[in-house]
Ligand binder design. Structure first.
Ligand code: ADP
Ligand code: MG
Length: 206
C-alpha cells in the first residue's frame, strides 16, 4: 500500500460510493425500518445523487476539494441525522488533506482519522453506541494494513452492531428493542469504506 492518490481517485471513490448506495438503498431502508424511520436508503440516495451531480458539474482539482464538495452536498441535501454526520466526515477528511494535488495513503489515513473524530464530536457517540462509528473507527484503525483490511473491519463492525443496544440517534428511543438489528448507518459506512477499497483495487491494484 504505497500509492499516490490524485483528485481522479477521490472522484472515483465518491462515484463508486454513489453506485453502492443506489444498489443497496432498499436494504438500508429496510434496516432503518426495523430500528428507525425507514428513510436511510432514501436519504443517502438523495445525498449521493447530489454529490454525483456536483462532481460532474465542476470536477474539483484536488483530493481535498473533492471530499469537501461531497461533504457540503450531503450536509445540504440530506435531512436525516446521517447527512450532517457523513457530510462532516467527508468535509473534515477533505480539509485535513489540505490543498495538494496528490496525497499519500498515510495522509489519507490520518485525514480519515480526523474526519471520524469530527463525526464523534458532532454526534457525541463512541464505538459501542450502535452507530456509524462502529464501522468507521475499526476501518480507520485497520487502514494501515491496506484498503481491503479496512473494508473487512468496517463490514465486521457493522455486523457486530446487531447485539448492541442503541445509545444515540433515533434507534436509542427503542431501548432494549434496538437489540438484534444491524445498524443502518454502520451498514452504509461499510459501503463507503468498501467503495474506497474497490477504487483502490481498480485504480492502483489494491
Ligand atoms: P435519521 O435517524 O434522522 O432518520 P438516517 O436514518 O439517515 O437519519 O440515519 C440513521 C443512522 O445515523 C443511524 O443508523 C446511525 O448509524 C447514525 N447516527 C444517528 N445518530 C448518530 C450519532 N449521534 N452519532 C453517529 N451516528 C449517528
Ligand atoms: Mg432514518
Amino acid at each position: 500500500m504505497r500509492h499516490v492518490l490524485d483528485a481522479e481517485f477521490f472522484r472515483r471513490w465518491m462515484l463508486t460510493a454513489a453506485a453502492a448506495v443506489d444498489r443497496e438503498a432498499d436494504r438500508l431502508t429496510e434496516l432503518d425500518s426495523a430500528i428507525g424511520d425507514a428513510d436511510h436508503g432514501a436519504n443517502l440516495k438523495r445525498g449521493f445523487t447530489a454529490v454525483r451531480a456536483a462532481l460532474e458539474d465542476a470536477p474539483p482539482e484536488t483530493p481535498g476539494a473533492v471530499l469537501v464538495l461531497a461533504g457540503r452536498q450531503l450536509i445540504s441535501k440530506v435531512g436525516g441525522a446521517s447527512g450532517p454526520l457523513y457530510g462532516t466526515l467527508l468535509r473534515g477528511t477533505g480539509k485535513a488533506l489540505g490543498d495538494g494535488a496528490e496525497v499519500t495513503d498515510a495522509a489519507l489515513g490520518a485525514a480519515l482519522e480526523e474526519g471520524v473524530g469530527a463525526v464523534a464530536k458532532l454526534g457525541g457517540a463512541a464505538p459501542g453506541d450502535k452507530t456509524m462509528l462502529d464501522a468507521l473507527v475499526p476501518a480507520v484503525a485497520a487502514l494501515g494494513d491496506g484498503y481491503a483490511a479496512a473494508r473487512g473491519a468496517a463490514e465486521k463492525g457493522a455486523e457486530d452492531t446487531i447485539p448492541l443496544r442503541a445509545r444515540k440517534g433515533r434507534a436509542s428511543y427503542l431501548g432494549e428493542r434496538s437489540i438484534g438489528h444491524q445498524d443502518p448507518g454502520a451498514t452504509s459506512s461499510a459501503l463507503l469504506v468498501g467503495a474506497l477499497a474497490e477504487t483502490a483495487e481498480a485504480v492502483t491494484g489494491g
